[in-house]
Design a protein around this ligand. Structure first.
Ligand SMILES: NC(=O)C1=CN([C@@H]2O[C@H](COP(=O)(O)OP(=O)(O)OC[C@H]3O[C@@H](n4cnc5c(N)ncnc54)[C@H](OP(=O)(O)O)[C@@H]3O)[C@@H](O)[C@H]2O)C=CC1
Ligand SMILES: N[C@@H](C=O)C(=O)O
Length: 250
């Protein structure tokens, strides 16, 4: 039986990944802070005949992160879904600096640590891979979600670089860039989203792209066009355009 690790499995896109992977016969290791949510998900998976384990952790806390990385080094991991993340909406001068640091820690540093924890064993075996959850925001400056967009730009560049480094090793990295998706994300970030895709649809497209060894996936045709705009418009225009779209989104 294959083993997949899903961070941020207690809601939204991560929960959808966990359910889908378990349904396909993969054992899933569920990581997030809210233990009761993870235990309920584990029960649902077990009662459907699947296998799941709960590893509760706050991935912004070094002690928790290191403990998870140690456990991962001792597991045979076939797939890591680096999904845990959150956003922060508002003018940079008005957002909470501590929350911003936590976001950078979770969206960037933890993702890198978890990636490094599983990669050596995958390369040694010559199999397995990682799905990294970035965003359509990875491609554009995102005024009013400025730091969030920058964290997701990091995820895209880091992961595409890694994918190229790993060519020929048997290990693949698929970076998934969702647009607005139904989950707890917008409420927690403090803004309104429009034209939402279901979390299940994001997970479904992502698993298919991973299976096809695609390097990058933008979910949805409209989102795909949005991410291509910077090729045709000056970067300063992109910033101004997104500022108009993102202003007054509370
Ligand atoms: N929804 C959207 O519109 C989009 C989302 N994304 C990305 O998708 C990913 C998933 O978000 P989504 O499902 O939408 O949002 P949710 O808020 O529904 O899910 C976020 C998940 O991350 C977990 N998480 C948050 N903080 C921590 C932490 N400190 N330690 C461990 N786990 C944590 C949460 O669990 P818990 O609170 O229990 O710890 C939760 O399971 C994120 O990386 C997000 O940036 C990208 C583009 C668009
Ligand atoms: N790309 C999204 C966030 O990551 C959004 O459109 O809200």
């Amino acid at each position: 039986m294959k083993t997949a690790v899903v961070t941020g499995a207690s809601s939204g896109i991560g929960e959808a990944f966990a359910k889908m992977l378990a349904h396909k016969g993969t054992r899933v290791i569920l990581i997030a802070r809210r233990r009761e949510r993870l235990e309920a998900l584990k029960e649902a998976i077990l009662s459907g005949g699947g296998q799941a384990d709960v590893w509760q952790a706050d991935l912004t806390q070094n002690r928790d992160l290191e403990a998870i990385c140690d456990r991962l080094r001792q597991e045979e991991v076939d797939l890591l879904v680096n999904n845990a993340g959150f956003g922060l909406y508002g003018p940079v001068t008005e957002t909470d600096p501590d929350r911003e640091q936590s976001m950078i820690q979770l969206n960037v540093s933890s993702l890198v640590s978890l990636t490094r924890a599983v990669l050596p064993q995958m390369v040694d075996r010559g199999s397995g891979g990682i799905i990294q959850i970035a965003s359509t925001s990875s491609f554009l400056p995102t005024p009013y979600m400025t730091a969030y967009g920058a964290t997701k730009a990091f995820v895209l560049h880091y992961s595409e670089g890694l994918a190229a480094e790993l060519k020929g090793t048997g290990v693949t990295i698929t970076t998934v860039c969702p647009g607005s998706t139904q989950s707890e994300f917008a409420g927690l970030a403090g803004f309104r989203q429009t034209r939402l895709m279901a979390s299940e649809e994001v997970a479904r497209q992502a698993l298919l792209a991973f299976q096809q060894k695609r390097i990058t996936l933008v979910t949805g045709v409209g989102n795909w066009f949005l991410t291509r705009l910077p090729r045709f418009l000056p970067r300063t225009w992109m910033g101004a355009l997104v500022a108009r779209l993102f202003r007054d989104r509370t």
